[in-house]
Design a protein around this ligand. Sequence first.
Ligand code: COS
Length: 389
Amino acid sequence: MGDKSFLAWPFFEEKHRALEVDVADFARSIVPGLVDHHDPDGTCRKLVKALGEHGLLRYSVTAPYGGLAEKFDVRSLCLIRETLSHADGLADFAFAMQGLGTGPVTLFGTEEQKRKWLPPIAEGKAISAFALSEPDAGSDVAALACAARPDGNAHVVIEGEKTWISNGGIADRYVVFARTGEAPGARGLSAFMVEADTPGLTIAERLETISPHPLARLRFENCRIPIENRIGKAGDGFKIAMATLDIFRSTVGAAALGFARRALDEALVHVATRRMMGGVLADLQMVQGQLADMALDVDASALMVYRAAWTKDQGAARITREAAMAKYAATEAAQRVIDTAVQLFGGLGVKSGSRPEQLYREIRALRIYEGASAVQKVIIARSLLPSKT
Ligand code: COS
């Protein structure tokens, strides 16, 4: 990355600065040889393996189950995502899903569940996924309909659909949130680990998007799993999902930040060399104003992202508001920064395959997934208003 002065901010320790150097080296020397945007499935499989071999997936789980520390270091997760997304969107995606997909196990699993499911994730030998959204329940998690009913004392049967599932089709296992009916709404959901080869789980449809990633709609028909695959207590599924998202939402902001920094870096090179009106683009005050706005958006996003991550790392039980602010601010800001980069590049900015064009397609989904911007605003506003209960 170009400007790394933010690493001197008090949010970081020496270990974070060393980590950034290591990830940047991985991003420069390994990632380009693995990425083929026409083959997102193959690319993600290769990236997960390489991330595991390089030791970076040890940040995606906790010790002693293949991880480095006994709890997530959110600043490290953010730094890794920021640095990988600066290099390539699929590299960031492959890393991010390993942690999110097993986050419920790491945070709420039993000793036995962690021992069984986490080490292969850290080694890059298994791919994980987080199956929450449904065709009729995305932002409103409490409305989800996919159901898990008891089948004898030792099993449950899952029926329903999940959609927009990242790694859908290539994951080895899915954390699935389903209605178990202990109470209406948010209090009647539970989380389950479902192995990809369980009979009754099928890929109903692979989903194509403007920026290709492995993504699918899943169907559960008479999908029978052992009750010991339930993660946490029955009825706690909503809280498990939200607590997991609390951690990973700030990392979505970090990914957006990496895209924005890349757009700014590309723009700085372009304006210094593009001839215009007897000089170069960078001579024009109107362009300088655009660069200033981009730099401001980048730094403001970084402050929000690392404030949230640092707060969690200091031991805060919940960072719901900080994470929502970080995700909302950084993803919206990155959209603006990238749009400006496209504008500065002119025709080249919309040429298929150019970096600004790629970034323009990559950033859009980040304002939607893991809680759309409108949801983050609701969460922030609720944290300001007096509780109704
Ligand atoms: N950590 C722990 N517990 C949490 C929590 C969090 N971050 N957020 C909420 N809870 C708890 C609440 O304390 C409440 O507990 P009690 O029932 O004991 O009071 C319970 O969960 C229900 O919370 P709430 O009333 O806020 O639920 P809502 O249905 O109103 O939540 C929003 C609404 C919009 C905030 C929620 O559905 C959401 O975040 N949606 C976006 C989901 C998302 O990111 N989807 C994308 C899928 S992943 S790609």
